[in-house]
Unconditional design. Structure first.
Length: 283
């Protein structure tokens, strides 16, 4: 599932491409992705509206629009789910088989494609109201982070996936941050001491910021080809595989740790895969 860095890179790519574009037509091909918004509500709110901004909150995209049939400001929430892609394509290009929503922008279409239809593109923005602080923002501070962890006996890897504690951290980057902090994913959240929490806080920020930097240098092709392991919304096939080179533990079971040489291990926590080095992550 795309995590914060992938969504952030997508937002940075789409924002200038969408700004000022007016929606001339709304084609809902899979009503499921709009829930709880109905297709009629969706079309009435967005037809004739102009994109004015695009933000990221956690793993969500928040599109800002003005005008349209209602003349009001509109917020549109997007989530890529497991297999979603959002991109602009020329009008003459054939629509993907799994295109769920298509906006007619004149010379181009803005397409939300999702083979599994687990994602969302909806007028209901309530999901972002429950999110914790942004890990790269000023509100994410070690003291508040420590208070949130002290209330939980869950393994720290599981707790990091709680989006009310910190927004946008998913399975891949939780494992990577714990490795950088030298912390066992099995350790109870409320048993971390202040020094360990400080290391984890720093590790989260470092791994996310690094992934965004690397992702921003990849030449992306949002309109064609299959998605790869890092950019779920598409990448040109000739681009270097930055992702695999940078992962230190995730999906490396049996491979030697890049730091100590001990084989990386795998375990399942809360039905999710966790990867760690038992030698480096004892704490």
């Amino acid at each position: 599932m795309p995590e914060l860095p992938e969504v952030e890179v997508l937002v940075r790519h789409l924002r200038p491409s969408l700004r000022g574009k007016t929606i001339r037509g709304v084609n809902v091909r899979r009503a499921k992705v709009l829930k709880p918004t109905s297709p009629r509500q969706f079309q009435q709110a967005l037809l004739g509206a102009t994109f004015t901004g695009l933000l990221r909150r956690g793993k969500y995209l928040l599109f800002q629009l003005e005008g349209g049939t209602t003349g009001k400001r509109v917020k549109l929430l997007g989530h890529l789910g497991m297999t979603g892609r959002m991109f602009l394509a020329r009008k003459r290009e054939r629509l993907p088989v799994h295109a769920a929503v298509v906006f007619d922008l004149g010379k181009e279409n803005f397409i939300y494609e999702d083979p599994r239809y687990f994602g969302r593109l909806t007028l209901d923005v309530s999901a972002v109201e429950k999110l914790g602080p942004e890990p790269l923002g000023g509100d994410f501070q070690p003291a508040a982070f420590a208070r949130a962890l002290k209330r939980s006996r869950q393994p720290i890897k599981v707790k990091l996936l709680d989006q009310t504690v910190v927004a946008g951290v998913g399975n891949i980057y939780a494992s990577e941050a714990l490795f950088r902090a030298r912390l066992s994913p099995k350790r109870a959240a409320n048993r971390l001491n202040p020094e360990q929490i400080q290391r984890l806080w720093r590790g989260i920020r470092e791994v996310l910021a690094g992934a965004i930097r690397r992702g921003s240098t990849v030449p992306l092709n949002f309109g064609g080809g299959k998605s790869d392991g890092l950019f779920y919304f598409g990448r040109s096939p000739e681009a270097p595989d930055f992702y695999e080179e940078e992962l230190r533990v995730y999906d490396r079971e049996g491979w030697p740790c890049r730091k100590c040489g001990h084989p990386i291990r795998h375990l399942t926590q809360a039905a999710r895969s966790t990867y760690y080095c038992p030698q480096c992550q004892r704490g």
